[in-house]
Design a protein around this ligand. Structure first.
Ligand SMILES: NC(=O)c1ccc[n+]([C@@H]2O[C@H](COP(=O)([O-])OP(=O)(O)OC[C@H]3O[C@@H](n4cnc5c(N)ncnc54)[C@H](O)[C@@H]3O)[C@@H](O)[C@H]2O)c1
Length: 415
């Protein structure tokens, strides 16, 4: 069960890549330094279900410096970087239960192994730890954190139904998380995954982006930057309007299906691309997902429409439909930026994981006063991270003068 290192070279490669990411994570480094002195997580068993990447390894380092005993599993079967897992086991002596390409059964077996020590704190990306804990009802932690939009949606649904049994901090809600990680991180890394998987030129292609949330905005922006003709598909009138005024075409998925060259889903929703859409797609259309779960593309419908399936490149499956058309599915419909590329760059994960580390500290110190609810990251933490990030970038900003503070805080003063 435990990740077994057979290959020392693999661990050495992982260690070097972890150091490379570390250079771009100055805020997390500062937190690690303070944690090493203050040990705010001393005595805490912390189970983390995160993409096993170089950035996650640096978060694990900070948590361990804070005194936590950390157990790690993957938050997606295709997102583990095996060299990073090996380095964590070998150098940091962290039990890691993850291997790239694990099947669904192994994925859940790994989640259960991570939960076996009955952690006091959970750190989720997609709410799978919380979900298993609530199904099994063997124990409930003191508190937890959640990294992504999809996880927060699941947790808020649990709170609404009154079934959530411990407090969770929604890291995704922090501005220093979703404004940067979801937008610039997913924006760049999704295109990175798409290009690494296909080696296609994006310029001139009709790229259909399903979902114009924080992730969709980022991917649209970067696809347009590469010369794509971006088409946005939405269900929310406000976001559709925003996409239109940002300069993109907005249409229904039924119409976009007929003209798209590349489709990318980022909605957090189910069955966004379905049978009737595959039926009208152009020969050679490429379909990919960068939303959290592999449910956005109805893969079983594509399989049923096809007479042949062939893996023609590492992350490209060629489906030959009965009428002879070929459709290409990338990364088995799993988040393409982590399946075919390395996930978000360290510069944005610095802020996301600073939020994670400080939220874990907040839980360790304040869990007694928290209800079984989903909490936002305290504003002071969010602002502090933004300030530290700016400082690390050598960017100075202005502060309000006494008069400005007075003016902004008063209602009597007009002109
Ligand atoms: N790939 C990554 O590394 C990564 C990073 C962060 C978040 N995510 C995931 O990406 C997904 C999107 O996250 P977000 O922060 O942009 O969420 P968001 O809530 O800001 O945006 C989602 C958008 O999708 C739209 N939508 C929902 N159903 C739709 C449908 N059927 N057709 C068209 N549009 C639809 C919503 O109206 C909304 O505007 C989530 O699953 C999130 O967990 C992935």
């Amino acid at each position: 069960m435990k990740y077994d290192i057979k290959d020392i070279k693999l661990a050495a490669k992982g260690a070097l890549r972890i150091e490379w990411a570390r250079q771009d994570m100055p805020v997390l480094r500062l937190i690690e330094k303070r944690f090493a002195k203050e040990k705010p997580l001393k005595g805490m068993r912390l189970a983390a279900c995160l993409h096993v990447t170089t950035e996650t390894a640096n978060l694990v380092r900070a948590l361990k410096a804070g005194g936590a005993q950390v157990y790690l599993c993957a938050s997606n079967p295709l997102s583990t970087q095996d060299d990073v897992a090996a380095a964590l086991v070998k150098n940091l002596k962290v039990p890691v239960f993850a291997i790239k390409g694990e099947d669904n059964k192994t994925y859940y077996k790994h989640i259960k192994a991570t939960l076996a020590p009955e952690p006091n704190i959970t750190m989720d990306d997609g709410a799978d730890l919380v979900s298993v804990i609530h199904k099994e009802k063997k124990f409930f932690p003191l508190g937890g954190t959640e990294e992504t939009t999809t996880g927060v949606i699941r947790l808020r649904a649990m709170q609404k139904k009154g079934v959530l049994k411990y407090p969770i901090i929604a890291v995704n809600d922090a501005e220093t998380k979703h404004l940067f990680d979801n937008r610039y991180g997913t924006g760049q890394s999704t295109l990175d995954g798409l290009i690494r998987a296909t080696n296609r030129l994006i310029a001139g292609l009709n790229v259909v982006i399903c979902g114009y949330g924080w992730c969709g905005k980022g991917v649209s922006m970067r696809a347009a930057g590469l010369g794509a003709k971006v088409i946005v598909v939405e269900v929310d009138p406000l976001r559709a309007l925003e996409a239109n005024m940002d300069g993109y075409q907005v249409m229904t998925i039924s119409n976009a299906a007929k003209i798209g060259d590349i489709f990318i889903t980022l909605t957090g929703d189910i069955d966004v691309i379905r049978k009737e859409h595959f039926q009208v797609m152009k020969e050679g259309a490429i379909v990919a997902n960068s939303g959290h779960f592999n449910v956005e593309i109805d893969i079983s419908a594509l399989e049923k429409l096809s007479r042949k399936k062939k893996r023609i490149r590492e992350f490209v499956d060629e489906y030959t439909l009965r009428d002879g058309r070929k459709i290409y599915l990338l990364g088995e419909g799993r988040l393409i930026n982590l399946a075919a590329a390395e996930g978000h760059p360290a510069q944005v994960m610095d802020m996301s994981f600073a939020n994670q580390a400080l939220s874990a500290e907040y839980i360790a110190k304040r869990y007694k006063g928290l209800k079984h609810e989903v909490y936002s990251v305290p504003e002071a933490i969010d602002k502090n991270i933004a300030g530290l990030k700016l400082k690390s970038m050598g960017i100075k900003i202005d502060t309000l003068t006494k008069e400005q503070k007075k003016y902004l805080g008063s209602w009597e003063l007009g002109t």
